[in-house]
Structure formats: structure tokens, C-alpha cells
Design a protein around this ligand. Structure first.
Ligand SMILES: Nc1nc2c(c(=O)[nH]1)N[C@H]1C(S)=C(S)[C@@H](COP(=O)(O)OP(=O)(O)OC[C@H]3O[C@@H](n4cnc5c(N)ncnc54)[C@H](O)[C@@H]3O)O[C@H]1N2
Ligand code: MOO
Ligand SMILES: [Mg+2]
Length: 408
């Protein structure tokens, strides 16, 4: 049995980055959640022009360096500059321009006085304070200069990145193609949710759970359905899956039972089986095999085992394969306090599910009530974290810190 760390390393080592031909251009409006495939630079300075951060007056600092409420300097207002307008005049000594937030600074001016610190006087303005030199001026190029890198390749595009791409006028975005993830449920007991339940039968929840996870990860699920525990049917289905996906996830059939055929079939199909048992709970029979153009994860059938192994082992692999740079592969560990005692058998790296909650300003892990059994998917709902007890640690006392994996 491999340790979790050894299995993780073996899996990640086998995962390659996307290929160059996997790059496509998408519209910016459809780029959310996609992974940038090339670095982005802009031909523009940010800000594009010196401009005002406030509503007020553009002045020459030298004119107002001694100004105060008691001894205000009075300046002639020679132009009004709203946002979007290009100033026509140069501010000479003794002059100012009315200016508004976002408007271009006129030539000659170097400082903004906010209107609260002024008093209008016909077509002149009294300055009631001494501003700081260059106060409230947003200088051209002070955020980023033309030609500077704006975004690196290998990041996921979220709200802020989309804003930057829009500002840089990048309306066609180079991204990596979505990975295709084949999904197979194995088991004679399984029925789709639409079918009537019968004695001994069970609804295939794994297929829906994994399809949901695959979509959340920005990949494309390829639904291959329920396959009975029959070697020939399974072999045909797995062979088909290997041709139609970059990564295949099956659930069930990987343990030691007489109907657990997945490992043997992977070997028969020419797969190199690198992992078939890992010291994690739940998830011990996790199986990983490589094929020339496909990675195969045989996840355990129990619903919680399938998801825990997915979050812990498949997620970093999928992130790497989808083009993210290494800092984003995870797993991302956090350390938070648990107000409750947490227990483990100590023989396998053990995962308990629960919630991260903010309690009096501190993040805490709250264990999900009910049975922490890998067959119980009911109390996995509405959780958002897994607490991890390493091998050898049988207990975390109430109030102590525990290592956490954020999930979903
Ligand atoms: N003698 C031993 N028995 C078992 C061992 C062991 O070491 N020795 N390991 C146990 C552990 S741990 C796990 S986990 C399970 C994994 O078994 P399999 O991956 O072979 O999965 P199945 O036997 O096919 O099913 C297990 C369980 O999960 C239910 N299931 C399966 N598919 C689905 C699905 N698509 N949706 C919902 N539920 C599903 C299935 O009905 C079974 O109850 O093996 C232990 N046994
Ligand atoms: O390891 Mo199994 O995944 O306990 O249920
Ligand atoms: Mg089994």
C-alpha cells in the first residue's frame, strides 16, 4: 500500500501539460474560468493619461504652496475639463482648471485640489489649503507601462483577470481547450435516478457527482453511463472511454471482491498500473493507470470515497493537465482549530468531512454530524472541507489545530 504522498507524487509525475495544438481563441465574454494559454501584454499605459482622482481644480503646485484658509490664493479658472474631454489650454502661473474625476490633467498643472478645499469666486477660485505636491494625480503608466507583462500563461481567468483583459482590449483570448473527462459507473446494483428502485438496487449518484465536479473544474464530462460488473462489457466500455477522453474516471470495481474487475481489465488493455492501493481513508483501493493518450483513475465505488480521492488525487492531476502552473495544482492545505475532538484509526491518512465556519472572527472546522462512513453521502451535502489526520495520529483534541483541505 502506497502512502498518500507517494501516490500523489507518482500521479503528478505522469501528468503532462497541455499540447500546443490544444490552444484555442475564445471571446472574452466566454473566457471566465478558462485557463490562459499565452502571456498577455498591452500596448497601452495604465493609466493611459495623467488624470484626476477627484472632483476639484487642477493647479500648479508652486502657485498654492503657501495657500491656507486664512491667506487663500486666488486663481483664474480658464477651462472646465469633464471626463472624456481633451484639455485645450495650458495652465499658466495664476491659473487653474475646473476638473472632474477621471478627466485628463491639463498641461502646466501638476496637482489637484479637491473642491471641498476651495471656494468659488465668480470665474476665479480660492484655494483654502496647501495640497501635497501631485496630490490626487493618477500618473500615466504608474500602474503598468505599455509592453509590460499584464497576465502570465497558466492562470485561471476570474473576474479581475477578465477586467484586465477588457481594459487591454484583448477581446479574443488564447485559452487551453477544455479537457474531456470520461465518466463510467460500474456495478450491477446501479440504476439511473429516473428508473424505479427495486430490492438490492441503488441509484448511481457518482456519475452525477463527478460530472458536477468536472464542470466545476472547467472541464467537459463525457458521460459513458452505467456498466454492469461483467468483464466483457466493462472492457468494451473502458476501451471506448480511453478513445473519447483525456482522463477517465470510473467508480467501483477496484477492491478485492469477486466482481471487482477494473484493475485486471486495465492491465489487459495495456495500461500501466502505477497505483492500486493507497493508505487513505476513505479511498484505499484507488487505482491509477496510464495509457499512451489517456490517464485512468479507478475510484472506489463508495460515494464519499469517490469524491475524497477525486479532491485529493485527481484534482491536482487535472489542474496540471489543464494547463495551470504548479502553484495552482494543490492540494491546498490550511490549518484551523477544531472545537470538537477528531478521531482516526491512525493506520491510514484519514479524512473527516465538515464545515469551515467563522466563529468569533476565527475560522474553525466543524465536523459534520451523523455517520462519517464512506457509504454515507447524505451528510457530505453542505460541507465544504475535509479535515486530515495523518498516519499515526489517532486523535486531535478539542481546541487543537487540524490540517484542512477546502473542497467543492
Ligand atoms: N475484503 C475487503 N473488502 C473491501 C475492502 C478491502 O480492503 N477488503 N475495501 C473496502 C473499501 S475501503 C472500499 S472503498 C470499497 C471499494 O470498493 P469498490 O471500489 O470495489 O466498489 P464497489 O464494490 O463496486 O462498490 C462499493 C460501494 O459503493 C457503492 N457504489 C458503487 N458505485 C456507485 C455509484 N455509482 N453510485 C453510488 N454508489 C455506488 C456500491 O453499491 C457499494 O456499496 O470496498 C470495500 N471492500
Ligand atoms: O477506504 Mo473505503 O474508501 O473506506 O470506504
Ligand atoms: Mg467492490
Amino acid at each position: 500500500m502506497l502512502s498518500a504522498q507517494a501516490a500523489e507524487a507518482i500521479i503528478l509525475e505522469q501528468v503532462g501539460p497541455p499540447h500546443q495544438q490544444d490552444i484555442e481563441l475564445v471571446k472574452l465574454s466566454e473566457a471566465t474560468g478558462r485557463i490562459l494559454a499565452a502571456p498577455i501584454t498591452s500596448e497601452l499605459d495604465f493609466p493611459h493619461w495623467d488624470n484626476s482622482a477627484m472632483d476639484g481644480y487642477a493647479v500648479r503646485y508652486a502657485d498654492v504652496a503657501q495657500s491656507s484658509a486664512e491667506n487663500p490664493v486666488t486663481l483664474a479658472v480658464i477651462e472646465e475639463i469633464p471626463a472624456g474631454y481633451c484639455p485645450q489650454k495650458t495652465i499658466a502661473p495664476g491659473q487653474a482648471a475646473r476638473i472632474f474625476t477621471g478627466a485628463c490633467l491639463p498641461a502646466g498643472a501638476d496637482t489637484i485640489v479637491i473642491q471641498e478645499d476651495t471656494q468659488p469666486d465668480g470665474d476665479r477660485i480660492k484655494i483654502l489649503t496647501t495640497p501635497e505636491l501631485r496630490a490626487f494625480v493618477r500618473h500615466q503608466g504608474s500602474y503598468s507601462r505599455a509592453g509590460d507583462p499584464l497576465l502570465p500563461a497558466g492562470i485561471s481567468l476570474g473576474v479581475a483577470e477578465i477586467a484586465v483583459l477588457a481594459a487591454a482590449k484583448c477581446v479574443q483570448v488564447p485559452v487551453y481547450a477544455k479537457l474531456k473527462v470520461g465518466l463510467i459507473s460500474t456495478g450491477n446494483e446501479l440504476i439511473p435516478p429516473e428508473h424505479p428502485i427495486a430490492p438490492g438496487k441503488l441509484v448511481d449518484s457518482n456519475q452525477y457527482a463527478l460530472a458536477s465536479w468536472v464542470m466545476q473544474m472547467g472541464a467537459e464530462p463525457v458521460i459513458l453511463g452505467i456498466i454492469p460488473d461483467e468483464p466483457e462489457a466493462l472492457k468494451t466500455a473502458i476501451a471506448k472511454a480511453l478513445l473519447s477522453a483525456d482522463i477517465v474516471l470510473s467508480t467501483g470495481g477496484v477492491s478485492v471482491g469477486d466482481y471487482d474487475y477494473v484493475g485486471q481489465i486495465l492491465a489487459d488493455l495495456g495500461g500501466e498500473i502505477l497505483v492500486n492501493s493507497v493508505a487513505v481513508k476513505p479511498g484505499k483501493p484507488l487505482t491509477f493507470a496510464t495509457f499512451p493518450h489517456c490517464l485512468y483513475f479507478g475510484l472506489p465505488g463508495n460515494p464519499v470515497s469517490a469524491l475524497v480521492t477525486c479532491w485529493r488525487f485527481v484534482q491536482p492531476a487535472l489542474r496540471k493537465r489543464s494547463g495551470l502552473t504548479s502553484e495552482f495544482w494543490g492540494p491546498e492545505w490550511w490549518r484551523v482549530r477544531s472545537p470538537m475532538e477528531l478521531r482516526s484509526g491512525g493506520k491510514r491518512e484519514t479524512y473527516l468531512w465538515g464545515n469551515l465556519r467563522s466563529v468569533n472572527g476565527e475560522t474553525q472546522f466543524i465536523l459534520a454530524p451523523g455517520s462519517q462512513n464512506s457509504g454515507n453521502l447524505i451528510n457530505l451535502a453542505q460541507t465544504n472541507a475535509l479535515a486530515m489526520l495523518p498516519v499515526g495520529q489517532t486523535c486531535i483534541e478539542a481546541g487543537e489545530f487540524v490540517q484542512i483541505l477546502k473542497v467543492r
